[in-house]
Design a protein around this ligand. Structure first.
Ligand code: MRU
Length: 355
């Protein structure tokens, strides 16, 4: 099957497994996995077989529904107890993207608020909730695309970092959604994709999905972004987010902060694209965001034929950094574009009625 026809993440045909594209195999191999056990799902999130904040949330929601199928008791109290244990286990897969916790909490609330129903009915409500979240994510990303495409002019060069495309969400992506919508509108934009060391989400995933969609895409090593900006090739920066604090400070893939600083230097607007499910009003500032630290081998060895650093050398491998809100021109959400001061404009988006 062609990439365009395969969902990044979703239910298997019989509804009894989590189905996802194994992103560790891209771009060389397009492999779809069907996962059933909690260990398999935890491993897939931890190892980035499924990655990107919204996609992780959906995978976890489906995973927790599958956990509900596994729990054998029909006693509601015991069901809820075992369900919460499995929720805690899935929540331990990665610490930074708030969508993981948001999705698991939402599933738990469904179980808690229907605890008087027969367990089979609770299971069915959990399935419906995960399905609703999947559909909502696609709709949110579409709206981000529509708001964001208004910022794009014919011929613009857009720099992006990591992968915040359809491989990071159910459909469209966040940072790439404006580009897909612009393409639908017949607007030509050129995308410059940072390769994104050390895990190469830009090279392996962003370049892959944009190229598959026929979008004019140029791959850059991360250290070439300054040159691209200095040469006047970049008119706008669009990046995704893993967690946005109440003041607008934004955790995203390591290297995003450097891009924001460069953009400020060259007077290029820097926008974050994210659904409100990535905005965490309970986290006051970026200081409180836990940054995932990953294994040194991802830096020294993973993509090389042989080790490329001396044995025993100290290695830093934080998976994310926090861009200070002062570098961000706007946050393109599914409810419109928040502008500074974010501590006022972000809460206002949550309180909009009926959207
Ligand atoms: O470690 P990853 O690949 O999960 O990191 C992903 C990112 O940093 C994305 O930019 C972010 O999750 C936004 S995805 C729409």
């Amino acid at each position: 099957m062609h990439f365009a026809q395969i969902a990044t993440v979703g239910f298997s045909g019989d509804g009894r497994a989590l189905e996802l594209i194994d992103q560790t195999q891209l771009p060389g191999k397009l492999q779809v996995l069907q996962l059933k056990t909690q260990q398999e799902i935890w491993e897939a999130i931890h190892q980035l077989r499924v990655r990107g904040a919204p996609a992780i949330g959906i995978a976890a929601a489906i995973g927790l529904y599958l956990a509900a199928l596994e729990i054998e008791t029909e006693d509601q109290k015991s069901f809820l107890q075992q369900f919460s244990q499995r929720k805690a286990y899935l929540a331990s897969a990665r610490p930074t993207a708030v969508n993981l916790f948001w999705a698991l909490d939402r599933m738990e609330r469904v179980a808690q608020s229907h605890i008087r129903l027969p367990v089979d009915q609770i299971r069915d409500l959990l399935r419906q909730e995960a399905q609703r979240m999947l559909e909502e994510d696609a709709a949110s990303c579409r709206r981000i695309g529509e708001y964001g495409s208004d910022l794009l002019r014919e011929g613009d060069g857009v720099l992006t970092h990591c992968n915040a495309g359809r491989l990071a969400t159910v459909r469209y992506g966040t940072a790439l959604a404006p580009i897909y919508v612009a393409q639908e509108q017949g607007k030509q934009v050129r995308v410059f994709a940072d390769e994104t060391r050390p895990l190469l989400q830009g090279a392996r995933l962003t370049a892959f999905e944009l190229y598959q969609s026929g979008i004019d895409t140029t791959l850059l090593c991360d250290n070439m972004a300054a040159t691209a900006m200095k040469n006047g090739w970049i008119q706008l920066v669009l990046v995704g987010a893993d967690r946005i604090a109440a003041n607008g400070d934004t955790a995203n893939k390591i290297g995003t902060l450097g891009v924001a600083i460069l953009a400020r230097h060259y007077g290029i607007p820097f926008y974050v694209c994210a659904p409100l499910t990535t905005v965490d009003l309970n986290t006051p500032t970026g200081e409180e965001i836990q940054i995932e630290q990953r294994s040194p081998e991802e830096v020294t060895t993973l993509w090389y034929r042989e080790r490329m650093a001396p044995e025993g050398v100290k290695v830093l491998n934080p998976a994310f950094d926090v861009t200070d809100h002062s570098f961000i021109a706007g946050i393109i959400t599914d409810r419109g574009i928040a502008r500074p001061p974010f501590s006022q404009t972000l809460p206002a988006l949550f309180s909009q009625e009926g959207i």
